[in-house]
Design a binder for this molecule. Structure first.
Ligand code: IPM
Ligand code: MG
Length: 398
């Protein structure tokens, strides 16, 4: 048990729209842990985002990036993006936060687990369809998070967050094209690929393999029949893989992968892919776990990390206490796992598992589901129910 140790410092970035509501449920989980264990969380809330930009003229208060880099142990982010919130240069307002932190803190891996809990209908037919069998959908997609098609925008956003002159990619000419041309270079580096892919293999070591056969498997998803960046990514995959002889290697092109992901999700264990492909594939993957309301993520580097629900700010539901808080709550689960590993604090890892069990119990019970899962429960009532279950488990464990 930690005693007389400084609390973990957690930065809370609620962001836009319903991000502000689900952030409260993330905080409720942190409060619950604090009440029932020796763990302490010093929470600092930083208002930010596109909506904040429209309200105040700035994406976040000056000094916020430095605070996130220097003065926290982990960050939580609600959601970024608001209708009409665009910067004068056309970039996403709020980008300093989500993209500035990804690039500026070198958070090179976007960890996106996709797991279908018992009691949750998947969304493949757009209806509520029950297909749950133990472990039918249980994989982790690792999306490269600092380069690829996002590279220029990431750099510009980080430059803005750090008060540096904005990066612009070099002028290029494109033979055969007429009229105005806009382009985003897609650089992929060996270093950026290697560290992401290595993390994928390391994660596979900690998992029980793919649901279909229990085989540890890492899938390299790219478009190496077409792009040079993907050819480098795949070559790097093969090089890293030689360090993990017990892991099965799997390859797919992103277009074919979208079919296989929906047709046979049970064959996937860990998937590594580049930035934009991962952005797209994880929204598709969320359909297999009951929708975006269930999709949690971690943006992870060697020294820093922030955790966020994958869903956006859903402005049309803002202020209605209606959206599903489970993606947000499970992002705290990922935060506990990361903090636990980083600080050799096994208690946090146990707490992470207890959050998972609390969510699973709530969903198995089937009462109190939000609209996206076919119920009419409120965001806060789901948060309260999961927090109450967690409190009991923490009391019984610590
Ligand atoms: C995500 C989001 C972001 C992205 C947006 C909000 C910039 O879609 O985290 O997946 O494109 O990465
Ligand atoms: Mg996305």
């Amino acid at each position: 048990m930690r005693k007389n140790m400084a609390d973990y410092r957690i930065g809370i970035l609620p962001g836009d729209g319903t991000g502000r509501e689900v952030a409260l449920e993330a905080q409720r989980i942190l409060d619950t842990i604090e009440q029932h264990t020796n763990q302490g969380f010093e929470q600092t809330v930083i208002q930010c985002g596109g909506q904040h930009y429209l309200e105040t003229g700035e994406e976040w208060a000056e000094g916020s990036f430095d605070f996130c880099r220097e003065d926290v142990d982990a960050l939580y982010l609600g959601a970024i993006g608001y209708p009409g919130a665009t910067l004068p240069n056309g970039d996403l307002a709020g980008g300093s936060v989500i993209l500035g932190l990804r690039s500026g803190l070198d958070l090179y891996a976007n960890l996106r687990p996709i797991k279908l809990y018992e009691g949750v209908p998947h969304k493949v037919h757009g209806k509520f369809t029950q297909i749950w069998q133990p472990g039918l959908v249980d994989m982790t997609i690792l999306r490269e998070n600092t380069e690829g098609l996002y590279h220029s925008l990431l750099r510009r956003s980080a430059d803005r967050a750090m008060g540096r002159p904005p990066y612009e990619p070099p002028e290029m000419t494109f033979p055969g094209l007429k009229g105005e041309v806009a382009y985003d270079p897609r650089p992929i580096s060996e270093h950026g690929s290697e560290r992401l892919i290595r993390m994928g293999f390391e994660i596979a070591e900690t998992r029980d393999g793919a649901p279909i056969d229990g085989q540890k498997r890492v899938s390299c998803i790219d478009k190496s029949n077409v792009t040079r960046g993907c050819q480098l990514f795949r070559r790097t995959f093969d090089k890293v893989a030689t360090d993990y002889p017990g892991t099965e290697l799997d390859y797919g092109y992103i277009d074919a992968f979208t079919q296989w992901l929906t047709r046979s999700p049970e064959s996937y264990d860990v998937v590594v892919t580049s930035n934009m492909f991962g952005d797209i594939a994880t929204d598709l993957g969320a359909v297999l776990q009951g929708g975006m309301g269930m999709a949690a993520s971690g943006n992870i580097g060697d020294d820093h990390a922030f955790f966020e629900p994958v869903h956006g700010s859903a402005p049309k539901y803002a202020g209605m206490n209606k959206v599903n808080p489970i993606a947000s709550i499970n992002s705290i689960q990922l935060m506990m796992n990361w903090l636990g590993r980083k600080n050799n604090d096994d208690e946090l890892t146990v707490i992470g598992s207890l959050i998972d069990e609390s969510v699973a119990d709530h969903l198995r019970d089937g009462k109190g589901l939000t609209y996206d899962l076919g119920g009419d429960a409120s965001c806060s009532s789901v948060g309260e129910s999961i927090a109450a279950r967690l409190a009991t488990k923490l009391q019984n464990t610590f």
